[in-house]
Design a protein. Structure first.
Length: 733
């Protein structure tokens, strides 16, 4: 590995000089070719005939080609060295910046890279006794150490790849010509070549080679040029073959915990790299005005699709080591951003394969215990045993593909298979034995539904949500109908409900469509929705919310988004002032009502989960500030375009946390149908506080006017909460 001292002190000017010197070589070689043609070939042309002349002219032509090849090779060498100089310079600057930043925070980095905490406060008993001081300083020191390690790891990878490229005998044995294999033209090219050669190696990789490969992929997994070259040079078959080999060591070398951790990291790095490769030709390249499909990437994708049914066996002499291409490819697709058409085509082929051969995918087994239990359990933990589990997780990262796939159908032997119905209702998700709990696959399906309906990866934490399209809103309406229709709630509620793992995702979807859900419960039209309205049915919406709200995570997302959205509506109703105080009161009441009704439904759903279904405890419904913050930002942005002031967001956060904490009821209160009082109080308090926040903005209202409007909003909130709670209870009963 490149040492700290070497990178810190290296004089890179000579490397820059070498690159510039090599850059002058192509013109010199091309000049020699021109001079050779003028002074030799052209002089003899037309003045020499016969067998000897024919042989001589062939030799002259070969010599000209050698000059041209030498010019091309020197051009590539110049670019590689210049690229290496740029990468080394970036790493050196990063290192120097890290050392300076550490010094600014009172951490000293020695000439050999050792980091010490030299904060003068260590000499103060008062400072060192302060809560969290030692932990904070240790955390800061570790961050500096890890940053330096990451920089040295990166520069080492670049150094080794460039060194290998320059040492490679690109011209054949004996260097007798310039027309052999080409020199790498960039660091990306050199690193892709090295990674590809490791993937194509015959036989198993050594631990050192596996570490090198993993590091190369980790460093470059989001680089389109590296990913494209790596995928094209390696090929789909070699990629899947080597991945299977790494997942299945010989029986005399079982996977350790460390091996398992490395394989998880490798799956992420390889899957993300391949995904990047499949999208590398989606945008214009090399100065082109429009995107053009790369033939190499198209070939890679077609080969990957064709490998689905093929059996891969890393240890032919042993049993239970074979996996199908679908198992391996789905595992890789669970990571990264992949080409939309590739994902949808693959999903159709996977459904077709499952429908035609259910036993091959263990879809008819209650449980499965193979001969080599430990190894197969590890494969299960890596999400390899059920191909659909990995595939739908991949959809969760790829919104366009998930929406297209989940709203489409596939023809299988004359039968039209609706993808969503198949996954929700018809497909028996494998479970028991070595399979992880079926909730893993169904939970991943929830991730796909989140990305399909939101237009963002399910892992997105920001507030900038795209406008909902007609297709997305129709999918939400379909989901609400499936769960809210008679008997649908049983799919997601109660102990052992088959689709219960979807609930957290359904709660997130509700939070993202809060305007649509409140509109369904409002007697007034015109509540703001984010894009195309979902046009939800009121009765189905109440049943859907009552079922999904029994899940603690769903309850928290819905509650936080509802309060934030309602607060935004109240702000819009009061600012700027329009008409009389009575007019303002009417506008506020209209905005408060639907959110309060949802709050009532949530109170009843929470009580049912704790006291009737016993599927959750009161502690599980408690929330944290970080979780709430995301939904506050989204909820307010759905209701108003006005940016949320920091103090308002903090007030809202505290209000939502308090509301969630106090929306509880004892078993006796719930049984006596008196369990709504605490929730009702919190709904009233939330409405009053929304009015007070809005009233203080701009100074247009007196305190008396604010109090009067808050009184009316509080009364409306109590009414709405009671409507929601009793309506849910009646529907539940």
């Amino acid at each position: 590995m490149v040492s700290f001292a070497f990178l810190n002190e290296a004089n890179l000017a000579n490397l820059d000089t070498a690159a510039k010197s090599w850059a002058k070589m192509p013109a010199k070689y091309e000049g020699l070719a021109t001079e050779f043609d003028r002074r030799v070939h052209d002089v003899l042309q037309g003045h020499w005939e016969g067998e000897a002349s024919a042989a001589a002219f062939r030799t002259m032509k070969q010599a000209t080609r050698e000059y041209e090849a030498a010019a091309d090779e020197s051009r590539r060498t110049a670019k590689l060295i210049a690229d290496a100089h740029l990468e080394f310079s970036k790493c050196q600057k990063d290192l120097h910046d890290t050392v300076q930043d550490a010094a600014d925070k009172s951490y000293k980095v020695s000439d050999k890279g050792k980091v010490e905490d030299v904060d003068s406060r260590w000499n103060s008993p008062t400072a060192t006794a302060a809560p969290g001081f030692a932990e904070e300083r240790k955390k800061g020191l570790d961050a500096v150490v890890h940053r330096i390690e990451d920089i040295l790891k990166k520069v080492t990878i670049v150094d080794e790849a460039c060194g290998a490229a320059l040492r490679k005998d690109a011209n054949g044995a004996g260097n007798d010509n310039f027309n052999g294999k080409r020199v790498s033209e960039s660091v990306d090219d050199a690193e892709a070549d090295k990674a590809s050669r490791l993937m194509k190696k015959k036989g198993r990789l050594t631990d050192g080679e596996f570490m090198q490969l993993n590091q190369l992929l980790e460093l470059n997994k989001n680089d389109p040029e590296f990913a494209r070259k790596f995928a094209v040079r390696t090929g789909a078959e070699n990629t899947v073959e080597k991945y299977n080999q790494l997942l299945n060591p010989p029986s005399d070398r079982p996977l350790s915990k460390a091996d398992f951790a490395r394989l998880k990291a490798f799956r992420k790095n390889l899957g993300t790299t391949l995904g990047t490769a499949t999208t590398s030709d989606d945008k214009p390249r090399n100065g082109a005005k429009k995107a053009v499909a790369d033939p190499g990437i198209t070939k890679f994708q077609n080969e990957l699709l064709a490998l689905g049914k093929r059996d891969f066996n890393a240890n032919p002499d042993e049993m239970n080591n074979g996996l199908k291409g679908y198992h391996l490819t789905s595992s890789l697709m669970s990571e990264g951003q992949w080409d939309k058409n590739l994902l949808t085509d693959y999903g159709e082929k996977l459904i077709t394969a499952e429908k035609q051969d259910r036993l091959a995918f263990d879809l008819d087994r209650e449980s499965y215990y193979p001969a080599n239990l430990e190894r197969t359990e590890n494969l299960g933990k890596l999400g390899v045993l059920d191909p659909m589990e990995g595939f739908v997780e991949g959809l969760g990262h790829n919104p366009d593909a998930s929406l297209d796939f989940l709203t489409s159908k596939t023809e299988v032997d004359g039968e039209s298979v609706n993808h969503l119905d198949y996954l929700l209702e018809d497909r028996p998700w494998p479970h028991g034995g070595v399979y992880r709990d079926p909730s893993n696959g169904i939970d991943n399906l929830g991730h796909a539904l989140e990305s399909a309906t939101s237009g963002r990866s399910y892992e997105y934490e920001g507030n900038d949500m795209p406008k909902h399209t007609a297709e997305q809103s129709a999918l939400v309406k379909d989901l609400v109908g499936k769960i809210g229709w008679e008997g649908g709630a049983e799919l997601v509620t109660g102990d052992g409900a088959r689709l219960a793992p979807l609930n957290d995702s359904l709660g997130n979807i509700t939070g993202n469509y809060m305007g649509d859900f409140q509109q369904a419960l409002s007697e007034q039209s015109g509540l703001p929705t984010n894009g195309h309205a979902a046009d939800l049915n009121r009765a189905e919406t109440v049943a859907f919310l009552g079922a999904v709200g029994q899940d603690p995570d769903a309850y928290k997302a819905i509650t936080a988004s509802q309060q934030a959205y309602t607060s935004g509506l109240v702000d819009e109703a009061m600012y700027p002032p329009k008409g009389s105080q009575a007019d303002t009161q009417d506008r506020v009441n209209v905005k408060v009502g639907p959110g309060s009704t949802i709050a009532g439904i949530m109170s009843q759903a929470r009580a049912e989960a704790i006291h009737e279904a016993h599927t959750a405890t009161a502690d599980e419904f408690k929330s944290d500030a970080e979780f709430v913050s995301k939904w506050i930002g989204r909820g307010v942005s759905l209701a108003t375009d006005v940016p949320v002031a920091a103090w308002i967001e903090e007030d809202l956060r505290q209000a939502v946390l308090e509301s969630i904490a106090k929306d509880d009821a004892s078993k006796a209160e719930h049984d006596a149908h008196k369990g709504y009082y605490n929730g009702e109080q919190q709904a009233e308090k939330a409405a009053r506080e929304a009015v007070e926040r809005a009233g203080k903005r701009g100074g247009h209202y007196s305190q008396g006017e604010i109090d009067a409007i808050a009184d009316g909003a509080g009364e409306q909130a109590r009414t709405g909460h009671g409507t929601g709670a009793t309506g849910r209870a009646a529907g539940h009963g």
